[in-house]
Design a protein around this ligand. Structure first.
Ligand code: NAP
Length: 274
């Protein structure tokens, strides 16, 4: 199965099919160097967030890479605990200032509810709708090329769409072998929402799975490459993170092999260690 280097969002915007993840990479030398190494090794899509605290270094690396701004796809996210129309507009302005850019390629509501809230988050529906209205305006003003959400399930997506008529271009969710998020994916696909797969290695837990090791041996690839390729062949947009130069390179070299359908199914159903 052929996979493309880019997906086309439903508004026609092209988005590189693998994004470099930057969660837990501290601002400063580490975020700067990892982002620069990623760009030098072919990544053209960087995933950051206000909550990661590393937008300055990520932005500096992008600038210093000398790759033209319109050839790099930059995603950032509005903090989960900051919601509402005016808040969203103010926080967006801070994000682009920290990144040192004058527009974003993709801006996401980081989560339907603040991280410390132990409920399904539906009580934040009105605040998410107000936030979403600000996102739509920023998009229509040309300040953000595509807008979306993250960690949203159908019960969070539906009210946004009903209230505004504007379907998110992207939903970024936890998705990796063994955690295929069928309910959210099945809801999103017919609406043309692209699913981005965060934590494509389950933040490292995937490397302990015996079946993944067997697949790596079978295809003569690393476990990481199997996971990234699986994600692409399933139509998702994986966001691998690493601070290790060889891994950053390895995770992007997934274009020259193909996983057979029966193996994709085995990978779909692995048991992740918790
Ligand atoms: N929207 C959200 O709420 C959300 C939540 C989580 C993540 N994300 C996004 O998704 C990105 C990725 O998820 P993640 O950070 O949870 O982690 P991940 O990409 O699933 O896994 C990263 C871990 O795997 C290791 N690793 C990477 N490549 C490897 C390789 N080839 N061989 C062996 N080990 C390897 C890394 O180690 P080293 O770094 O030490 O090399 C790190 O410990 C994030 O950075 C972020 O951009 C978004």
């Amino acid at each position: 199965m052929n996979v493309e280097n880019n997906y086309i969002l439903k508004n026609g915007v092209s988005i590189p099919a693998i994004g470099f993840g930057t969660w837990q990479i501290p601002n400063g030398k580490e975020a700067y160097e990892s982002t620069l190494i990623a760009i030098k090794n072919g990544y053209r899509h960087i995933d950051t967030a206000a909550a990661y605290g590393n937008e300055e270094s990520v932005g500096q690396a992008i600038k210093d890479s000398k790759i033209k701004r319109d050839e790099i796809f930059i995603t950032s996210k509005l903090k989960a605990e900051l919601k509402g129309y005016h808040t969203a507009k103010m926080e967006f302005a801070k994000t682009i200032e920290r990144l040192g850019v004058d527009y974003l390629d993709l801006y996401l509501i980081h989560a339907p509810k603040p991280w410390n809230v132990h409920s399904d988050g539906t009580e934040y529906t009105e605040q998410n709708i107000e936030t979403w209205k600000a996102f739509i305006e920023l998009h229509q003003e040309g300040k953000i090329r595509a807008i979306g959400v993250s960690n949203f399930r159908p019960e969070h997506l539906k009210p946004l769409i009903e209230a505004t008529g504007f379907v998110p271009h992207v939903n970024q969710i936890f998705l990796c072998p063994g955690a295929t998020q069928k309910v959210t994916v099945d809801y999103s696909k017919p609406l043309g929402i692209l699913t981005e797969a965060y934590s494509p290695f389950a933040t490292g837990r995937l490397f302990k799975v015996e079946i993944m090791q067997q697949m790596a041996e079978k295809y003569q690839k690393s476990i990481a490459q199997i996971a990234v390729r699986w994600s692409l062949q399933r139509g998702f947009l994986p966001l691998p993170k690493s601070v290790t130069p060889e891994r950053i390179m390895n995770n992007f070299q997934v274009w020259d092999f193909e996983i057979a359908e029966n193996d994709l199914e085995i990978i779909d159903n692995i048991q992740l260690p918790w």
